[in-house]
Design a protein around this ligand. Structure first.
Ligand code: CTP
Length: 471
């Protein structure tokens, strides 16, 4: 008996309401799995041998505040929110479970039918809620044991489970990565065999799973599994192009596939931000397209940061990722990812640091984090030197920021200031003066202050032959 997992008062309510109508009722799926794993979950799936919609309404009437019920007659499902919990009700069914399936297929079944049609043994565990069996575990496929041995396995022949919903191939890898589980061999072989079937699944659902893999503690594990099973080639071919090493005149370059995964894991250790992790995934994405062998020099990838940054939008569009400020953030980080390290190799001038601060804006710390994660050389001496230099750049950035107050920088002279001061016949002159003021500040020739900038503006306007307005 596992009553201790069912202490929330709403379980008691569901138990009472269902029993009053003589209905068998269970909590099943992710909540039970997570309870055994000691993970917190606020999503609860309830299966009833009867109508899920009717039960949801009857339960809502007994819960504090009488929450409203959303229901979908076509699918026989209903859900409600109560005190931060999201509770979903469904009648036990014979057909496959696909939360966001468009097909209304609702044939009533037994609990066993219902468990048979779930994705993995660890997701098919059910706890009974009826009073006399409250907390009894129903585990027909050894899901409990699989939790112990950290195994992902389908309840039925995996070819059947995956053909019911091919997204489950991604889910297998997602759970393995999130929970640090292994996928049982025959289940994994089935994914390899059926990988092309992922193409019938909508990109939104695929990306949802991919993002969960990316947000896992060691995302490279998921990428390697996706790669080994052939799924990565189907969903993200651009990434697969990074793989491989070429050798010429005894010179080879690093394998950018494994390098990128290492950068991703490095970033994942420091930050939970999905978009920073995407920037890590894409930072070298244009290396295959920009690769050249230069005689006497070796392999180069000139311009890969610029080309890579321009690949972000079409990639995001194809993958149904948001085309908003998150995308712009990724573009910016990809574009600038070499800058701190290049800076650290040169003599670090204030003006170079100022330019980086102005271009990176609020993202400057994330950029430094990505840059540090990008140092994956096996040569310890090199790594030490890069890290030391990067630290120097960091200190300089803090110093220049403090001195210049450059965050969210706007030049202290506006177009209006220029129009007020001069008779403007060619509007391009406004831009010319503005640019000159900006450059003078960034180069450190004048301080970042209105008075000094205005004085400079008047001088520059004079040089350009602009006529002063008489006030
Ligand atoms: N399920 C399934 N096949 C799917 C999706 C879901 O069999 N393609 C079943 C599983 O039993 C799963 C339950 O529906 O446990 C709930 O699905 P979902 O909320 O998507 O996943 P969880 O297991 O709850 O995990 P998470 O909250 O981490 O997504």
């Amino acid at each position: 008996m596992y009553r201790n997992y069912l202490q929330e008062p709403f379980f008691e309510t569901i138990s009472k309401v269902a029993s009053a109508s003589n209905l068998e009722v269970y909590v099943i799926g992710g909540f039970v799995r997570d309870a055994f794993l000691g993970r917190k979950s606020k999503d609860v799936d309830i299966v009833v041998l009867g109508s899920g919609i009717d039960l949801a309404h009857a339960v809502a009437a007994e819960l504090p505040g009488h929450p409203s019920v959303n229901f979908y007659s076509n699918f026989g499902t209903a859900n409600l929110r109560s005190e931060g919990w999201e509770i979903e009700f469904v009648g036990a069914r014979k057909e496959s479970y696909q939360r966001d399936s468009r097909k209304p297929l609702v044939e009533n079944g037994t609990l066993e039918d219902d468990q048979n049609r779930r994705d993995f043994t660890i997701n098919a565990l059910a706890l009974c809620l009826n009073p006399e069996r409250f907390g009894e575990l129903i585990d027909p496929f050894g899901g409990r044991e699989d939790l112990h041995t950290k195994t992902i396995r389908t309840p039925l022949d995996p070819d059947i489970t995956f053909s019911d919903d091919p997204l489950r191939m991604m889910r297998a890898i997602r759970f393995a990565t999130q929970l640090d589980f292994a996928i049982q061999e025959s289940t994994r072989d089935s994914i390899s065999r059926n990988s092309e079937r992922i193409e019938i699944v909508s990109m939104e659902r695929v990306i949802d799973e991919l993002n969960k893999i990316i947000l896992s503690p060691v995302p490279s594990r998921g990428f390697l599994l996706l790669h080994q099973t052939g799924l990565l080639q189907r969903i993200f071919p651009e990434f697969c192009l990074l793989e491989g090493v070429e050798k010429k005149n005894g010179l080879s370059h690093k394998d950018n596939f494994y390098h990128t995964l290492q950068v991703l894991d490095n970033v994942a250790r420091e930050s939970d931000d999905l978009w920073l992790r995407w920037a890590a995934i894409l930072h070298d994405i244009a290396k295959p397209q920009t690769k050249r062998f230069e005689e006497g020099h070796g392999w180069t990838f000139h311009g890969h940061e610029d080309k890579g940054s321009r690949m972000v939008k079409p990639l995001f569009r194809r993958m149904r990722l948001p085309l908003n400020e998150k995308m712009k953030y990724v573009e910016k980080l990809v574009l600038l990812h070499l800058r701190p390290i290049v800076l650290s190799k040169e003599e670090v001038t204030d003006s170079a640091i100022r330019r980086l601060i102005v271009e990176a804006g609020d993202e400057v710390n994330d950029l430094l984090l990505l840059c540090k994660a990008d140092i994956t050389s096996k040569n310890e001496v090199k790594v030490k030197r890069y890290l030391r230099n990067l630290e120097l750049v960091k200190i300089k950035i803090a110093d220049v920021t403090e001195r210049d107050r450059l965050n969210n920088w706007q030049p202290p002279i506006s177009g209006n200031d220029i129009m007020d001061a001069f008779v403007i016949s060619d509007p391009k002159d406004i831009g010319r003066v503005k640019l000159a003021v900006r450059e003078a500040i960034l180069d450190g020739n004048i301080p970042n202050e209105h008075g000094a900038a205005r004085e400079f503006m008047l001088k520059k306007g004079g040089e350009l032959g602009l006529k002063r307005k008489s006030h």
